[in-house]
Design a protein around this ligand. Structure first.
Ligand code: PEP
Length: 252
């Protein structure tokens, strides 16, 4: 089994002017270059990707898209495709973020299509899964996570997870300041890995499973110290270079 290298990915969401992005990308590039061991990626809004690509080329920081179309090209006004992201040097594409699921009606089937579209373009999908507060309180966390995973497994098979990242993001913890406890997160991460291991032990052992949901410098180390937590998908804290870098260092 290959050793899993910790990945810290920053999801900027719909934030950042040109000037703010220049300062943020520059600071992250310098900070990571000064000796962060974890793999680091940022996912800016589409319009800022060319700028990130130019600034980060040749640096250890990777970049990716927050979303992508299920189509390669054509009459899909307003969409951005996997090949376009790849053309601008993206390594990753986030698929199935809870905000896409909640506000843009992306269900598990659409997310599975996006997962496939990312891989077809040579991108590594970061597949987000996670339960709402109501689902957790109803005791259906594992069922919800399993349903999202199974949709991708049904469409693409277990081998597809050799070139994918999973992010467990409890919806109730995203942007709320409420973090899952390391034990709560570890339990779901172990469940995810176990579900994949039932199909292929080596793939399950190699796949990186990130935690996302109000991660900060102050809570990152304990979360990343859990056996099945291989890094983080960071929203709000990725907009502050010092905070984001402290999370990256906590992953070392
Ligand atoms: C996210 O948007 O993926 C996320 C985890 O956000 P935050 O870190 O702000 O909770």
């Amino acid at each position: 089994m290959s050793k899993r290298r910790t990945l810290v990915a920053g999801n900027w969401k719909m934030n950042g002017s040109r000037a703010e992005s220049a300062a943020l990308v520059g600071a992250v590039k310098r900070g990571v270059g000064a000796g962060v061991k974890a793999e680091v990626a940022i996912c800016p809004p589409f319009i800022l990707i060319p700028f990130a690509a130019e600034t980060l080329a040749g640096s250890p920081v990777a970049w990716g898209g927050q979303n992508l179309s299920i189509h390669k090209s054509g009459a899909y006004t307003g969409e951005i495709s996997g090949p376009m992201l790849r053309d601008f040097g993206c390594s990753y594409a986030i698929v199935g973020h809870s905000e896409r699921r909640a506000y843009y009606g992306e269900d598990d089937q659409v997310v599975a299509q996006k997962f496939g579209a990312a891989q077809a373009a040579g991108l590594i999908p970061i597949l987000c899964v996670g339960e709402t507060l109501a689902e957790r309180e109803a005791g259906t966390t594992e069922a919800v996570v399993a349903r999202s995973l199974d949709a991708v497994l049904a469409a693409h098979g277990i081998a597809a997870f050799k070139h994918a990242v999973i992010a467990y993001e409890p919806v109730w913890a995203i942007g709320t300041g409420k973090t899952a406890t390391p034990q709560q997160a570890q339990a779901v991460h172990a469940f995810i890995r176990g579900r994949l291991a039932a199909l292929d032990q080596a793939v399950a052992g190699g796949v990186r499973i990130l935690y996302g949901g109000s991660v900060k410098g102050a809570n990152a180390k304990e979360l990343f110290g859990q056996a099945d937590i291989d890094g983080g998908l960071i929203g709000g804290a990725s907009l502050n270079a010092e905070e984001f870098l402290s999370i990256c260092r906590a992953a070392d």
